[in-house]
Ligand binder design. Structure first.
Ligand SMILES: NC(=O)c1ccc[n+]([C@@H]2O[C@H](COP(=O)([O-])OP(=O)(O)OC[C@H]3O[C@@H](n4cnc5c(N)ncnc54)[C@H](OP(=O)(O)O)[C@@H]3O)[C@@H](O)[C@H]2O)c1
Length: 413
């Protein structure tokens, strides 16, 4: 078999891993043919033949000898134009760029039109193998629940385990290289939302992924919520969920309470996890690193080998849009943290409003006052429609005895 000639655009965290494996492992099916960088004079972790290095996309795109372009530059505009030009010029693509794949319509429809392949295992780092398998049985997946952001999982698991505040946990995640200097995309749930958009496309075999999914991050999770959740037997995790209906899907990203002892609760540090349930109720799961040079580079090499071998590929083939269900129609259990004045009759006012909305309570705990002004009341509900709960809370939060907006967190049953 003639080796596929590979150009790697990007020599950063991920690119250096791909380049190192291609140079050192001597994989017979793959040959490194070009490296594209932005700053050619930057010092690199190891030496490469200077003849391989260029800053000029054209030297890759118009080189008929290059078969596959690996895009690991990040960003959107340059990456997008490199991918589109490379496809137009007969190359297959492998990328780890979530921003581009989550808006997959443009690149996937061009690839489909031209009969080219786009590999994106790298967007799922260590969980790529499960997702690849999932794509082969995509029609049969009923529900997926996943921890997809290493930074958030690091923050939440260290707040819980060591009792450190959010800001300290975030700083540590940045020091350890899990989070960018500006970690907004991570902690606001945007990175998880992109991955869940991509996964919803894989599950539904469409590259017409929903452009926006309801998304809530972890900025407002307090130490109190983590402690009270623990007392009730739960851990807080940021998850993305896809639940397939007959002709529609419920898709969202939010922090949830997961029972201690469950797989998702046991996922610590910067790890990611995916739990899948098929149409027969069979659950499979994988826990794997969510970031890092080698885990991402290995995912990319897997794509390159699939292309070289002509193997079945995890690329959605249809352009059918996904109809999103209203998250207000979710029926689930909730944790509520109310901040109220410590005086007789307060609980009666709250439970009356909840009762008026047919919301049954599984537990209600009043915490000892930590300040003279207010106390926390922790309520867990039985199954309730989210719309109904929000309507009740709108009334509750207007009560004079309620001193702050009520915090609600879904309990994942
Ligand atoms: N880091 C991870 O663990 C991880 C995991 C999964 C997915 N990803 C994704 O992988 C991609 C790369 O991430 P990274 O962490 O490796 O980024 P990075 O460390 O910032 O590296 C980016 C590389 O791309 C090059 N580059 C950027 N813009 C360029 C341009 N216009 N022309 C030519 N070269 C350009 C840079 O060149 P210079 O070195 O010359 O400046 C650098 O070598 C991103 O899409 C990211 O979301 C990363």
């Amino acid at each position: 078999m003639k080796a596929k000639r590979v150009a790697v655009a990007g020599f950063g965290n991920v690119g250096k891993g791909v380049i190192e494996i291609l140079l050192q492992k001597q994989i017979p099916e793959l040959k490194l043919a070009k490296i594209v960088v932005k700053h050619p004079d930057k010092s690199r972790p190891f030496n490469v033949d200077p003849e391989l290095v260029t800053t000029d996309f054209a030297r890759v795109v118009h080189d008929p000898e290059i078969d596959i372009v690996v895009e690991v530059m990040g960003g959107v505009e340059d990456a997008r134009s490199l991918i589109l030009d490379a496809l137009q010029n007969g190359k297959d693509i492998v990328t780890a760029n979530k921003a581009i794949i989550a808006r997959g319509n443009e690149v996937f429809s061009l690839a489909a039109k031209l009969g080219r392949t786009i590999g994106f295992r790298g967007t799922f780092v260590g969980c790529n193998t499960l997702i690849h398998d999932l794509s082969l049985s995509a029609g049969r997946i009923r529900r997926m629940c996943a921890i997809l952001n290493g930074t958030c999982n690091y923050i939440l698991s260290h707040m819980s385990r060591r009792g450190i505040p959010f800001e300290q946990a975030l700083k540590e995640a940045q020091e350890q290289g899990y989070a960018e200097a500006d970690a907004s995309d991570d902690i606001d749930g945007i990175d998880t939302a992109r991955k869940i958009q991509i996964l919803s496309g894989v599950i539904n075999n469409t590259f017409n992924m929903p452009p926006d999914v309801p998304c809530e991050g972890i900025r407002e999770i307090t130490m109190q919520d983590i402690q009270y959740g623990r007392e009730l037997g739960y851990a807080i995790k940021l998850v993305g969920i896809v639940e397939k209906g007959k002709d529609s899907a419920t898709i969202f990203v939010r922090p949830v309470l997961v029972p201690h002892g469950s797989l998702l609760a046991s996922v610590e540090d910067a790890n990611n996890a995916i739990e899948l349930e098929d149409d027969l109720g069979v659950v499979s799961a994988l826990v794997a690193p969510g970031a890092g040079t080698y885990p991402t580079a290995v995912a990319i090499i897997n794509d390159l080998l699939d292309i070289a071998h002509g193997d079945t590929f995890m690329m959605p083939t249809s352009n059918t849009p996904i109809v999103l269900n209203d998250t207000g129609d979710i029926e689930t259990r909730y944790y509520l943290r109310l901040t109220v004045i410590d005086q007789p009759g307060v609980l009666a006012q709250i439970t009356r409003i909840l009762g008026d909305h047919n919301i049954s309570l599984a537990s209600i705990i009043q915490k000892e006052a930590v300040s003279a002004k207010s106390v926390s009341v922790i309520v867990t509900t039985y199954l309730v429609r989210e719309k109904e709960l929000r309507a009740a809370l709108q009334q509750i939060d207007l009560l004079e005895v309620v001193k702050a907006k009520t915090r609600i967190i879904q309990i994942l049953a």
